[in-house]
Design a protein around this ligand. Structure first.
Ligand code: ADE
Length: 281
């Protein structure tokens, strides 16, 4: 894949793209990333890339001519890989999701355009057919960090970027659920013990525990994700158990006696939260 980024702050990207998976993917030839200085495309001698908004109001607006010249210039470069997907980063854009990230990862070429100031002249999107994307419902001082987020999320999905592709399958969101919690040594830190099941060597029990934890975290923190989650039969079985427990505190898992274990009491509480649409960490 080739990714071009058009920005007035080219220097912001250096260190980020020289670290971690993105850097390794570049070295391995999985992705080529080119940063272009928008000012080079400004038609006037002062290299102006912004101007005051028509209709008045605070701040500045990024001008249409340099942006369209830069996008068209970049899109025609080498012509390899067909027409790129042009993406403008803006808080007005469609919300980025893992589904959208994998859609972007399927293109041969991306051109990312981080917006600045109050925004960009609307005609840039109209003229270039760019897609507007937001990385969240908050306003950054510019789209550069959002562009870095897109690059990072896309590149790690490219074949060859990550040595163990199985890790994608277990990522948060890969099945539309949050990931389960993770632990490593020591087994006991200040009395906080790693859950016994993870030390048991029982792979079936570990798999089921992880699935239950993923479901519980999703129900408690992001119940909105449940509607689109990809659940298998085991997930549905676990979910049914959790729902049953939340329905009546007197119900116990079959074969159990006495008080329900802590994990089930917590699940019950979290499911109540879900029903009441209360957010809890
Ligand atoms: N520019 C400013 N805020 C942004 C956001 N939330 N997402 C993408 N680009 C932005």
């Amino acid at each position: 894949m080739r990714i071009d980024i058009i920005t007035i702050f080219p220097q912001m990207f250096g260190e980020v793209f020289r670290s971690g998976i993105v850097s390794r993917a570049r070295d391995a030839g999985v992705v080529r990333i080119e940063i272009h200085d928008l000012r080079a495309f400004a038609p006037d001698r002062h290299r102006t890339t912004d101007d005051t908004p028509y209709g008045g109001g605070p701040g500045m607006v990024m001008r249409v001519e340099p942006l369209v010249a830069a996008i068209e210039g970049t899109c025609s470069l080498e012509r390899a890989g067909g027409r790129p997907q042009v993406v403008v980063l803006s808080p007005r854009g469609e919300l980025l999701s893992e589904r959208l990230v994998s859609e972007l990862a399927s293109f041969e070429r991306l051109v990312l355009v981080p917006g600045r100031y109050e925004g960009i002249d609307e005609r840039v999107v109209e003229e270039t057919g760019a897609r507007e994307l937001s990385i969240g419902d908050y306003v950054l001082s510019g789209g550069e960090i959002a562009a870095m987020v897109v690059v990072d999320a896309v590149v790690r999905l490219l074949p060859g970027a990550i040595s163990d592709p199985q890790s994608h399958e277990e990522d948060s969101f890969s099945r539309g659920l949050l990931d389960c919690p993770h632990y490593t040594r020591p087994p006991d830190f200040r009395g906080r013990r790693v859950p016994e099941v993870l030390l048991s060597g029982n792979h079936g029990a570990i798999r089921r525990w992880r699935k239950e934890q993923a479901l519980r975290a999703t129900l408690a923190r992001r119940p909105d994700l449940m509607a689109e989650a990809v659940l298998d039969d085991e997930d549905r079985e676990i979910l049914a158990d959790l729902m049953q427990l939340s329905g009546s505190s007197a119900r116990r898992p079959e074969g159990s006696s006495g008080e329900p274990p802590e994990s089930y009491r917590r699940a019950t509480g979290e499911l109540e939260d879900w029903k009441n649409r209360r957010w809890r960490t």
